[in-house]
Write a protein that binds this ligand. Sequence first.
Ligand code: ATP
Ligand code: MG
Length: 216
Amino acid sequence: MITLALSKGRIFDETLPMLAAAGVTITDDAESSRRLILDTSRPDVRVVLVRATDVPTYVQQGGADLGVAGLDVLLEHDAAVGVGGLYRPLDLGIARCRMSVATRADFDYANAVKQGSRIRVATKYVSVARDHFAEKGVHVDLIKLYGSMELAPLTGLADAIVDLVSTGSTLKANQLREVEKIMDISARLVVNQTALKLKREPMRRLIDAFAAATQP
Ligand code: ATP
Ligand code: MG
């Protein structure tokens, strides 16, 4: 049996067509059923539904053989627990967005950076943010949040946020503006190294099928 960990939402929705190209279709109705383990058209492949941030943990610890996780999630996971045992052979090119710095329109970010001011930055992505500002030589106080980052500059909790942006409409709706792109983000295939050794042939075939379905 090969177990693939996915998270509900855009990762699940955008992985399905790639799986279909690999000849794997999900036979359970993920939306209507409350099941967390889904059968597929291949008796030797099943899908488990986990929180996006839990995908690397499941795969690293062998709760799943492979999974799909955003680079944002992977980088924070690596910083927290290390990269050991987690092989990442493919950029799937799906769930694309970017990690950016955003502020209120009336906050002069460029000037604050130039002046060497301390900037209060709220984010879910503390590790990526820390590395980014350290590399720029900008002094920051990082404030860890778990969601609704847009609220932080509006309430005075922070001067800036580091968050994922795709269209920019959420920022716009909250009168924030993107002042700096940190990196492009897309979803990666992650593979448990031990599972790859023990189930080499079927795992290899599935990974090759993902590779063939990957959008450049
Ligand atoms: P949850 O919503 O359950 O708290 P989550 O926000 O991590 O978890 P999703 O919103 O489904 O889950 O996002 C999953 C992944 O999709 C992210 O980790 C990221 O890599 C990618 N993604 C692409 N565009 C966006 C976006 N605009 N906002 C958030 N994530 C995005
Ligand atoms: Mg979300």
